[in-house]
Design a protein around this ligand. Structure first.
Ligand SMILES: Cc1cc2nc3c(=O)[nH]c(=O)nc-3n(C[C@H](O)[C@H](O)[C@H](O)COP(=O)(O)OP(=O)(O)OC[C@H]3O[C@@H](n4cnc5c(N)ncnc54)[C@H](O)[C@@H]3O)c2cc1C
Length: 407
């Protein structure tokens, strides 16, 4: 048995002991306790640098762990933005002090992170953001509003992008900051979505004072910093989803179609084959991307391909489920399940997938934006015209500036 086999065997035994009986969605305290135990056992941040609290091991150990974890659903969702986006951004462009201060507690689940980019008037075109940060001696004073911030109510820290120079074109006057979400000037309000849950939030920032050493990357270099985070986000969404269970999968729905005598219906067969092909395409592409990342190859804009394939697959599964299961696909009693009663577990999961699916085509960048990026940066097609790229931000008619200009 090689050392790697031994590593995988030990990891599997640890997971069986600690993750085997966890509920599907444990509470925050249980999720934090699990993350701390995972870290203490040496399985969080396997390839992250040891000097900042990672394990400093190779891609081979990470692969062995992922293999061991394939059969278990780890309760790490609430840490996903920190682990997938904020942590990697800090490691890429954070200062030495920032890496030493934040990375270890993030890996151990002691501190939760969120990402504050989108605003009511700046989503796809996030460079049009209007949240302002004004320098006042040793601090920056931030005012503005963010929206759709996943996990903000649980978060201790957030990566924020704000406008620090309105006199230059929109991409050039933005800075990234670490924000303490417990600051009295930060108000977080939940937004209920169509799944029945409130996964994301709106955030109001009123005179939030941020120390100058909380800038991530360069002052007015926040666009490059944000692109770093978004690249990590797309790769992480794509790779993370490759490991999560799919309630409306080909396997589940083909079984359901057989049980209902629908397998001879050419329309149903056609849809099932289409779903199978999408699953295979996504799994193979994300496996390749994941091996590249672990081998140190930067996927760059190709993360957008994984994100797009995933969003299309996420929409296709529940579509086929509606065809195969009919009304059963939406016969989901959220109240009963929330109350802990045994409900229609499978139907519930498919119905939840159905209402969650459109979100996957928006969060982390919409399908249209993914296609633009793939066209521009992967296929080398001509760039989309951007007439406002050279105009000072102050003169643009965006967000509330459009209203102020009487438009
Ligand atoms: C589940 C979920 C989680 C999220 N989590 C976060 C988070 O944690 N932090 C955060 O900052 N944001 C988050 N978001 C916000 C997300 O990033 C935005 O919703 C997304 O970028 C789109 O912005 P918008 O909603 O303002 O839509 P808009 O940008 O207004 O787009 C509206 C429509 O126009 C299309 N469109 C826009 N521009 C173009 C173009 N140039 N070419 C072609 N079509 C175009 C879009 O594709 C879309 O169909 C989340 C969203 C969701 C759904």
């Amino acid at each position: 048995m090689t050392d790697l086999d031994e590593y995988g065997r030990t990891a599997r035994a640890w997971l069986e002991e600690h993750a085997g009986d966890l509920p599907r969605e444990p509470g925050l305290a249980a999720a934090k306790a699990f993350m701390a135990a995972l870290y203490d056992a040496g399985y969080s941040g396997i390839t992250w640098p040891a000097e900042y609290g990672g394990q400093g091991l190779s891609a081979a150990e990470e692969r062995a762990f992922q293999e061991a974890a394939r059969e278990v659903t780890l309760p790490v969702g609430v840490f996903g933005i920190g682990l997938g986006m904020c942590g990697p951004t800090l490691l890429s462009i954070g200062t030495e002090e920032q890496k030493r201060r934040y990375v270890r507690p993030l890996l151990r689940g002691e501190e939760i992170w969120c990402q504050m980019f989108s605003e009511p008037g700046a989503g796809s075109d996030v460079a049009s953001l209007q949240t302002r940060a004004v320098r006042d001696g040793d601090v920056w004073v931030v005012n503005g509003q963010k929206v759709w911030t996943t996990g903000a109510r649980q978060a201790d820290f957030g990566l924020l992008i704000a406008r620090t120079d309105p006199d230059v074109p929109k991409h050039q006057g933005i800075t990234m900051f670490v924000v303490d979400m417990h600051d009295p000037g930060v108000t977080v309000r939940p937004l209920r979505d169509m799944t029945g849950g409130a996964h994301f939030n709106e955030i109001f920032l009123d005179d939030v004072r941020i120390a100058a050493d909380h800038v991530v990357g360069e002052v007015n270099g926040g666009w490059a910093a944000a692109v770093t985070t978004l690249l990590h986000e797309r790769v992480s969404i794509g790779m993370g989803a490759a490991r999560t269970e799919r309630p409306a999968s080909f396997a589940v729905l083909a079984r359901a179609a057989r049980a209902r005598g629908l397998l001879d219906d050419p329309a149903v067969r056609d849809q099932l084959v289409d779903l199978y092909l999408r699953e295979r395409a996504f799994d193979l592409f994300s496996a390749r991307l994941s091996q590249e990342v672990k081998a140190g190859v930067e996927p760059g804009a190709r993360g957008s391909i994984a994100k797009l394939l995933l969003a299309e697959l996420t929409l296709a599964g529940p579509d086929v489920a509606s065809e195969v299961l009919g009304t059963e696909a939406v016969a989901y009693d959220a109240e009963r399940e929330a109350g802990g009663e045994a409900g229609d577990a499978d139907g519930g999961r498919i119905a939840a997938a159905l209402s969650f699916a459109p979100g996957m085509a928006l969060g982390g960048g919409t399908n249209e934006i993914m296609r633009n990026i793939i066209g521009d940066r992967v296929l080398g097609l001509p760039r989309e015209p951007q007439v406002d790229r050279t105009v000072p931000f102050r003169d643009l008619k965006v967000g509330t500036q459009a209203k102020e200009a009487g438009r």
